[in-house]
Each structure stands twice: as structure tokens, then as C-alpha cells.
Design a protein around this ligand. Structure first.
Ligand code: PLP
Length: 357
């Protein structure tokens, strides 16, 4: 059975792409020898040390299989079951994790905040925590924000500080879903420290998969107290890999020479190219600022179908948004983008009316 055709890259998700060369090479290196299991190996040690270097601080690091587990388990470590977690209404923890945060936190409720372009407006935090302060309502205890957001925007350093300051003011802990954290760092040209612990983030779920790793996210605790016994939580949650080095080695490959930022920079640049290509097409409207590797656009309905007919894969109705979503990956090429734009242009441009001569 043939499972692969001629190479074709899509814009459906940044998890459609394969494994980047740096992560692949590190996997091969890790595969050349025996190693201690369950994370007591040199690769896991090295990957954790590299993450501490990247963040310029001591932090506790855990490698898990996916983002849902990273978010759910880290939120659970910040919450008692009678607590609630505030997040933007499009947040992955609300729209795309099948209730896992509530499940792993044994009942902590996720409460939704409105806000433009996927971001939390600090004023809504004040409203949410003061709406009810009685014992009959789950006590707000954590603010979860996503950087880059589900719609590809980023909180600027000032916006982030305003949100985390409001959270701190009300005694909330701060969780950051960083499934596309690398894209945010690249977009903002900041140090990772500046938009995490220096801005009051207690725990970051640092995404690897969408940036070129095969499998895995790193849970990075800046609040060391919150990391206590997190290893037990991972094990009970089915997230302790026995051959841990195959989760951690790719991080060494990504971090040791800066590949993680190069790939993010590239996927962001491809989204800029795509947005520029779509900007002036008739009937096409870009829906959110293109800060990272996502372009959200309203397209005429027939154009969506026509693009699908031409074999392009992308989503139009996942995660609470209505627009078409186009994600660029570490391996998206300028030619991929141009080919897609040319196809859409051909679809939406009315044919010239033949002139009598
Ligand atoms: C992809 C993604 C995740 C992780 O999802 P998994 O499929 O569980 O790995 C988490 N948060 C956001 C914002 C994402 O886009």
C-alpha cells in the first residue's frame, strides 16, 4: 500500500508538517545507544538545561506528549477542584480539549472572557472576579492566556503586562498556553524571559509539535512551588514516557543552535507573504492582524469549495471561528504560498468579458 504521494504541503494546520531536520537528527543520535528510562537520561537533562538557558532562570521542566495534557495537568497543579480558570472564549482549553482541564483538575471550571482578536482585555478580569464572591460560585484562581493566540495574534509586552498585572492584583495565578510560543517570541523580537516569568507567568506550556518536533510539549514551571509532585501528576495522567529521551532529544536538536526560532521566523514570514497575496483579492477579507504564522480570512463560500476541489486542505469551522484558517509551517515554501494565492486569484477573479471587435 502506498501511503505517500508526491510532496504537497497544506495550510490546514502547522501540525500537518513533518519533523524538522534538527529534531530528526537529534532523534537519530538518541537512538544510537541505550539510555536510562523515565527521564533519568542525559538527553532529558540536557533538554531541561537548554530550556533553563533559553529562559535565563531556574525553572522546572517536564516533557509530555501533547498540548492538551500540558495545559490540563499544569492547570490542575495550580487549582483546587473548587477553583475556576479564566480564559478568552476562543482558548484551546475551552474549545479544543474535550473538557480535559476540568477533568484533570477534578472539577475546576473554565470561565470565559470576551475580547477582540483572541486576546483578553484586562478590564474583563476585574469584572469576572468581582461578579460573584460568594461560596456558591467556583472561586477564580487562575488566568490562562494563549501566546500566540488561537487566531495568530500576539500580546505585545505591554498588553501582556497589563493582563498579568490585573490577574496578580486579584490574586490569580497565570498560566500561558504557548503551543506557538516560538512564533510569539519571533514576532515580538523579545527574550523568552520578558514575556514569561518577568511578566508574571507561573507556568508555560511550551509547544514543540507545531514548530517541527514529532511529538511533545514542555511544561515549564517558573513558580517552583507549583511544580511540586508534578512528576506524579504526569505519571497518573498517562504522560510519563518510558523512553523519555525520544520526547526530550528533539528539544536538544531545536534549542542547541536556535532552530526553534529560525523555524518560527520562517513560518511567520510565510504567513506575511500569504496575507500580502490575499489582501487585494476580490471578496477576500483578512479577519485578524497577521502577527505570527496564521492567516484568518473570510472567503466567498464558492471559493472555499473551489479551493477544496483543487485539493487544498484548510479548516473553516474549527475552534469557534467562522473564517477560513491558513497555517504556515516550518517547511512551507514561498512557492507553496504563491501557488495557493494564484489558485485563489483564478477562482475569485471574474473572467474578462470577451469584447466584440
Ligand atoms: C495545537 C494547540 C494545542 C495543543 O493541542 P494538542 O493537539 O493537544 O497537542 C494547545 N493550545 C493551542 C492554542 C493549540 O493551537
Amino acid at each position: 500500500m502506498k501511503l505517500t504521494g508526491p510532496p504537497r504541503r497544506h495550510f490546514a494546520s502547522d501540525n500537518y508538517s513533518g519533523i524538522c531536520p534538527e529534531a530528526w537528527a537529534a532523534l537519530a543520535e538518541a537512538n544510537s545507544d541505550h539510555a536510562i528510562s523515565y527521564g533519568d537520561d542525559a538527553w532529558t537533562q540536557k533538554a531541561s538545561d537548554l530550556i533553563r538557558e533559553v529562559f535565563e532562570t531556574h525553572c522546572e521542566v517536564f516533557f509530555v506528549f501533547n498540548g492538551t495534557a500540558a495545559n490540563s495537568l499544569s492547570l490542575a497543579s495550580l487549582c483546587q477542584p473548587y477553583h475556576s480558570v479564566l480564559c478568552q472564549e476562543l482558548a484551546h482549553i475551552e474549545t479544543a480539549e474535550c473538557g480535559a482541564p476540568e477533568f484533570f483538575a477534578n472539577g475546576s471550571k473554565v470561565l470565559l472572557l470576551p475580547g477582540a482578536h483572541g486576546k483578553i482585555d484586562p478590564a474583563t478580569i476585574q469584572r469576572a472576579v468581582s461578579k460573584r464572591t460568594d461560596i456558591h460560585y467556583p472561586k477564580p484562581h487562575v488566568l490562562s492566556l494563549t501566546q500566540a493566540t488561537e487566531v495568530g495574534t500576539v500580546y505585545s509586552v505591554d498588553e501582556l503586562r497589563a493582563v498579568t498585572a490585573a490577574a496578580r492584583h486579584h490574586g490569580l495565578r497565570v498560566h500561558m498556553d504557548g503551543a506557538r510560543f516560538a512564533n510569539a517570541v519571533s514576532a515580538l523580537s523579545v527574550t523568552p524571559a520578558e514575556i514569561t516569568w518577568k511578566a508574571g507567568v507561573d507556568v508555560l506550556c511550551f509547544g514543540g509539535t507545531k514548530n517541527g518536533i514529532a511529538v511533545g510539549e514542555a511544561v515549564v514551571f517558573f513558580n517552583l512551588e507549583a511544580a511540586r509532585e508534578f512528576d506524579y501528576r504526569c505519571k497518573q495522567g498517562g504522560q510519563l514516557a518510558s523512553k523519555m529521551r525520544f520526547l526530550s532529544a528533539p528539544w536538544v536538536g531545536m534549542l542547541r543552535d536556535g532552530a526553534w526560532l529560525r523555524h518560527a521566523h520562517h513560518s511567520n514570514a510565510m504567513a506575511q507573504r500569504l496575507a500580502a497575496g490575499l489582501a487585494n483579492l476580490p471578496g477576500v477579507r483578512i479577519a485578524h492582524p497577521v502577527d505570527t504564522n496564521a492567516v484568518f480570512a473570510d472567503l466567498p463560500q464558492p471559493a472555499v469549495a473551489a479551493l477544496h476541489d483543487r485539493g487544498w486542505k484548510f479548516y473553516t469551522n474549527v475552534g469557534g471561528w467562522e473564517e477560513a484558517r491558513f497555517m504556515c509551517s516550518w517547511d512551507t515554501t514561498p512557492e507553496d504560498v504563491d501557488k495557493f494565492v494564484a489558485d485563489l486569484r483564478a477562482i475569485v477573479t471574474p473572467p474578462a468579458v470577451p469584447q466584440e471587435s
